[in-house]
Design a protein around this ligand. Structure first.
Ligand code: FO1
Length: 318
């Protein structure tokens, strides 16, 4: 499609978490050239397993753009095997985090390069290049910023909450643990200066986008951004396509709806995209001071992803 369509005259910065974010990121990558798009990804979910640095959201975006993401799970590599994990389980390890054999190579390589003193940005770029990804994928920060979920059973690191405890414990708060502040990655800084549009991909506002906004100075930079800013709601008809967003919203006493996602982005977004199913909520979002685009936002096929990416850019740049 890119070959027959006119080139967009824009530089885009897309903010993404895991699965939902990666889908729109792929759509954007299909219509924007590598020099026109920077994908900045949440690293609040990062965790050390068996001594290896795992960056789930970076890997989901990277594998999706490389065309090797597992569509069934939403994480990991397609056609994966789990021989290592089975052996580890047989040795008596508590293997609640599913590290596949191929995926493992990513974490080994990442950890080696980090131990050699390279930044997470440099390492991510090397991994992406090796996978044939041409568009820039950057961590939000090269520093440590860990998402902590306070729950009825205590404070849990994100993967403990999400995978080990299946998001079941009632959450009371979400916090971000930094050692005195996490600085934006150099690529994030550059994209903020050079982009003409910011796209908030349909990722969980509390768990995926909030950590990005928590990076030092980022909320202010986006609030004062001179270009267009547009967000796509990850909540459709009161439910999340994937993940615990709707459950968390209910626990925090907010009605899980696209309107409440929009409220999280007041002052940060000029335009907001909701699904056809939520057409009757458009007025409420309009009164929050955002222009509203109503369209199909469910991305099943590759065409869906490209179509939504186009609609988002066309609406923001109209
Ligand atoms: N999610 C699960 O629900 N169970 C798993 O065993 C699991 C393993 C896993 C391994 C590598 C990776 O990059 C992601 C993995 N995820 C798993 C997904 C991950 O916990 C979440 O998708 C993100 O952190 C949320 O965006």
């Amino acid at each position: 499609a890119k070959d027959i369509m006119p080139r967009y005259d824009t530089n885009a910065l897309a903010l993404a978490g895991g699965v939902g974010g990666a889908k729109l990121a792929l759509g954007l990558a299909k219509i924007l050239d590598p020099d026109q798009l920077t994908l900045v990804v949440n690293t609040g979910d990062d965790e050390i397993f068996y001594g290896l640095h795992v960056s789930p959201d970076l890997d989901t975006v990277m594998y999706t753009l490389a065309g090797i993401a597992n569509p069934e799970t939403g994480w990991g590599i397609t056609g994966e095997t789990f021989n290592m994990l089975e052996r580890l389980t047989a040795y008596g390890e508590d293997t609640w985090f599913g590290l596949g054999d191929k995926d493992l190579a990513t974490h080994i390589r990442r950890t080696n390069l980090l131990n050699n003193g390279e930044s997470l940005s440099e390492v991510t770029s090397k991994l992406a290049v090796a996978l044939g990804v041409e568009h820039a994928i950057m961590p939000m920060t090269d520093d440590s910023l860990r998402t902590i979920v306070d729950t009825e059973i205590g404070s849990l690191a994100f993967q403990d909450y999400f995978v080990k405890h299946r998001s079941e414990p009632k959450a009371t708060a979400i916090r971000f643990d930094t050692n005195g502040g996490a600085r934006p990655s150099p690529g994030f800084e550059r994209a903020l200066s050079e982009s003409t549009i910011i796209v908030f991909c349909p990722s969980n506002p509390y768990l995926s986008v909030a950590p990005i906004l928590e990076v030092t100075g980022i909320r202010e930079r986006i609030a004062g951004f001179p270009g267009k800013r547009i967000a796509v709601s990850p909540i459709i008809g009161g439910a999340a396509i994937k993940g615990p967003a709707a459950k968390l919203m209910a626990e925090f006493g907010v009605e899980p709806s696209c309107v409440d996602v929009a409220k999280q982005y007041i002052g940060l977004c000029d335009a907001f995209v909701i699904d056809n199913i939520d057409a009757d909520r458009a007025n409420e979002i309009d009164s929050l001071g955002m222009d509203v685009l109503v369209c199909n936002t469910i991305m099943t096929s590759k065409e869906d992803k490209i179509t939504l990416a186009r609609k988002v850019l066309d609406f923001a740049l109209r």
